[in-house]
Design a protein. Structure first.
Length: 132
């Protein structure tokens, strides 16, 4: 039972910290996206790609050091995290397209997509990128 209690506490801590770090990364992503689209008139898909790359980099650095506390195998972990981020980018692009197809405001669609993509990415990062 102690193992399960410890595992539960570790998992809850990781989810909460992932959420906090992800929130900061998502905020950076969202602010850059808004700046690129509304400030510079950049195409939504190009703006999304740029803003997500910034969020991925910030999230990896903070998660590897402070959340999962895994700084070994840096190349593997960074590559895995980045590929997971690119998968999130593709997922986000699809959600943006679907939102635009339904004539939903692009910023609202982007905001909603962040939560869905974050849940998928946590699962992959927890069990692949930062496993062992």
């Amino acid at each position: 039972m102690k193992f399960i209690e410890r595992f539960d506490k570790v998992l809850v801590r990781q989810v909460v910290l992932y959420g906090i770090i992800g929130g900061g990364s998502a905020l950076l992503d969202f602010l850059l996206f808004t700046l690129f689209v509304r400030g510079f008139g950049l195409n939504e898909y190009l703006a999304n790609a740029f803003s997500i790359h910034a969020g991925i980099a910030m999230s990896f650095l903070l998660n590897s050091r402070f959340n999962f506390k895994k700084t070994d195998r840096a190349f593997f972990r960074a590559t895995s995290f980045y590929l997971t981020g690119l998968f999130g980018l593709a997922l986000s692009q699809g959600i943006l397209w679907f939102g635009m197809f339904l004539s939903v405001d692009v910023l609202l669609t982007k905001f909603i997509s962040i939560f869905f993509v974050a849940a998928v990415q946590f699962t992959i990062n927890k069990f692949v990128t930062f496993n062992r």
